[in-house]
Design a protein around this ligand. Sequence first.
Ligand SMILES: Cc1cc2nc3c(=O)[nH]c(=O)nc-3n(C[C@H](O)[C@H](O)[C@H](O)COP(=O)(O)OP(=O)(O)OC[C@H]3O[C@@H](n4cnc5c(N)ncnc54)[C@H](O)[C@@H]3O)c2cc1C
Length: 395
Amino acid sequence: MSRQTHPWGVPPWSVDFRPAPGPLPDRVDFAIVGGGFTGLCAAAWLARLAPKKSVLVLEASALGEGASGRTGGLALEDTAAGPLPGLGDVLAGYQKILRTLRIDSGLELPGVYELGRADPAKDSPICWSDSGDLKVVRTVPGGAVDPGKVVAGLARAAEKAGAHIIEHAEVQAIESSDPPCLRVRRNGRGRVQQKNIRASQILLAVNAFSLELSGLRGSTQPKLTLAMATAPLSRAQLQAIGLSSRRPFYTVDLPYLWGRLLDSNGMVFGAGLVPAPTTIASLFGKPARKRSPRYAAPDLYRFDVREGEAAESFRWLEDRVHHLHPALASVRITHRWAGPILFTEGMRPVFRRHPRSKNVAVLAGYNGHGVALSVYLGQWAAEVLLDCRSLPTWG
Ligand SMILES: Cc1cc2nc3c(=O)[nH]c(=O)nc-3n(C[C@H](O)[C@H](O)[C@H](O)COP(=O)(O)OP(=O)(O)OC[C@H]3O[C@@H](n4cnc5c(N)ncnc54)[C@H](O)[C@@H]3O)c2cc1C
């Protein structure tokens, strides 16, 4: 599937890294399933800490084609459920990981505005019209990154440290033998290959996809969320809308709205959830009935955001953006895209052993709060796989 024609639309950044080509191995020490922030960070960290062990990343689509390349890129503290034991300072940890892996991420941490329709701060620089007066309530730690640069940087760091990354390789099942065996379907250059790979330890970093595989079907809710980017705003427009500080923002009440500035001075706005389709079918278009319903991924990729409920939600978001402030009345929308978010019970991330195998760990479910956290916990997961750190008590 070409990026330009992706049914989920195209964000304004890109991932300028493609892994070196190579065959699927028969056996590895560590297999990471999922090439988003979580999986790539875990792979980079594992390969650094254990250079003599083999590390394999299997990505069903292209790197970053899940939430990580389609995110808004607000780097936030803690979790969607607030601070949790053992997490420490997520933003400082995130910065440290990016620095250690020498990733040029475009990370800026000027603070993030929380906006609300009640109890505004006295000196709110923002006054927008969106179901009432939307003003700054307070400023919290955080900022924004270039998600494309982070995905590419993590992948580059992982490969440089010795990890092997394979795109278009979907894990269809895991047999809980000892060691576990991954059933992989690789779809490359018009050729489909099926292969069984044994791995001593496995990390499932598949987020909102493959919920049967991760054992999260039923206890979690996958949704698609929508975002759009505008043409660059002038300095006068930025000043008029109160964003000269370049701080990203999100609302603390409903209707929800979040946003951030790009380097180009285009704005990204996001809001709205669309139920993710629940039919089971291949990521690559094979009919559902030919697949094992136990492990197959939900057919998220077949969902076209240009149609139906998603298209209506985009029109609603665009209308809201144009009415936020007179300075935005005729701003041009240049990109529209969607990406998956996995909602969990109590908004806590899932970080635990797989119920069917002690050699398989599952890390997912950041509830739209995973830019910094996925990388922070990806590092932790690498240490768990190496048996030098325990799983968290809340996971
Ligand atoms: C539009 C949008 C805006 C967001 N904005 C923010 C924000 O501003 N701030 C914030 O903190 N968070 C935000 N989030 C959430 C954040 O982006 C995610 O929490 C984070 O990217 C999750 O990373 P991940 O690696 O766990 O998952 P993903 O990036 O989804 O990676 C999972 C990968 O696994 C692959 N995969 C799935 N099944 C298989 C299989 N069977 N075999 C092989 N590979 C498989 C998928 O193809 C995918 O690439 C946003 C999310 C979206 C969608």
